[in-house]
Design a protein around this ligand. Structure first.
Ligand code: GTP
Length: 336
């Protein structure tokens, strides 16, 4: 199965929200809508429709339609500012013309891909050994799962990986990480329940250095209820790591849950204040209709999006491909 097909299948809720919304929008043309004088540009596939005797629905792209389009994008979690900008760009050169859903869908996919293109960057790998990756995010966002999936991919690429279970206050979180470590074939370092996460991070880095490991991934707590405590905990981990390696951590990954929609935006704001976030992973894009939030994130923050989670299995973490994502999000059905 191609990447696009898999992504499209997994993101079907987001896909159908925008895809079906666009079809309805064009079909809902007011009966007395004025007919544009400018000839409509032939849409791809238009010829085929004519040959099989089925004309595509078209609607004049006027203010009312643009407003409906903007509403549709906001409902798909793209955020008010991004939705307005995208809609304005789509209007350019098309305003007053009769357009088909297919044409708007293609234009929308191109706009979204243009926004996402600069942020689609895999986790950078450095020559520095061990490369220390701090993983932050609220509880339940998918940190543990993402660490397991990433560790498995790095192992498959021939890298040696060590994981540190830094959420020492939650036994269940540590156990979960151990399960993922086993699946990925990667050692997981733990500390007694309630012990200082910074001291575990220090020991883990010492061990990773002694073993000549390529990567050290450190899980952290995600208790936002007490932000000051969490900030202090993360700052202490960084301080202590730097005693062994002044350049650590080399990446600070923020894991976000797509099902939280617009809330993901405030999580980025908060975590950028309490940790030096260098990149994002968006999980749970499968089974949510809120995938549009990724566009808002890219547009607002410009932080690299390293990968997306599309399921609970070990191989359900994909590199972020802006074109495939954009086409899946707007409900395109065909391969490019
Ligand atoms: N459908 C789906 N589920 C996911 C994905 N990523 C994680 N999950 C699920 O989300 C739930 C929470 O994931 P965890 O990895 O335990 O999240 P965490 O951030 O480590 O949470 P805590 O352990 O509570 O700190 C689990 O049931 C995962 O199976 C994904 O991409 N898709």
């Amino acid at each position: 199965m191609s990447f696009f097909k898999k992504l499209k299948d997994r993101m079907f809720k987001s896909s159908s929200k925008i895809g079906e919304g666009l079809d309805d929008l064009v079909a809902e043309a007011p009966a007395d809508a004025p007919v544009a004088e400018a000839p409509a540009a032939p849409a791809p596939g238009g010829m085929l429709s004519r040959l099989i005797g089925r004309e595509e629905s078209r609607r004049v792209l006027d203010d009312a339609m643009l407003e409906e389009l903007e509403d549709l994008l906001i409902r798909a979690d793209m955020g008010v500012e991004t939705a307005a900008r995208v809609t304005a760009n789509i209007a350019e050169g098309r305003f007053g013309r009769r357009v088909s859903a297919r044409e708007i869908r293609a234009a929308l996919a191109a706009e979204i891909a243009r926004i996402m293109d600069p942020v689609a960057r895999p986790l950078p790998l450095y020559a520095k050994k061990p490369q220390v990756v701090l993983v932050v995010g609220v509880n339940g966002s998918g940190k543990t799962t993402t660490i397991g999936k990433l560790a498995s991919q790095f192992r498959a690429a021939g890298k040696s990986v060590v994981i540190a279970a830094g959420d020492t206050f939650r036994a269940a979180a540590v156990e979960q990480l151990q399960v993922w470590g086993q699946r990925a074939g990667v050692p997981v370092l733990t500390a007694p329940e309630g012990s200082d996460p910074a001291s575990l991070a220090y020991d883990a880095l010492a061990k990773a250095q002694a073993e000549g490991a390529d990567l050290l991934m450190i899980d952290t707590a995600g208790r936002l209820q007490n932000r000051a405590d969490l900030m202090e905990e993360l700052a202490k981990i960084v301080r202590v790591l730097r005693k062994r390696d002044a350049t650590a951590p080399h990446n600070t990954l923020l894991v976000l849950d797509a099902t939280t929609g617009q809330n993901a935006l405030s999580q980025v704001e908060i975590f950028r204040k309490i940790a030096d976030v260098s990149g994002l992973v968006m999980t749970k894009l499968d089974g949510t209709a809120r995938g549009g939030v990724l566009v808002a994130l890219a547009d607002r923050f410009g932080l690299p999006i390293h990968a997306i989670g599309v399921g609970e299995q070990i191989d359900d973490l994909q590199p972020f491909d802006p074109e495939d994502f954009a086409r899946a999000l707007v409900g395109e059905t065909e391969e490019a």
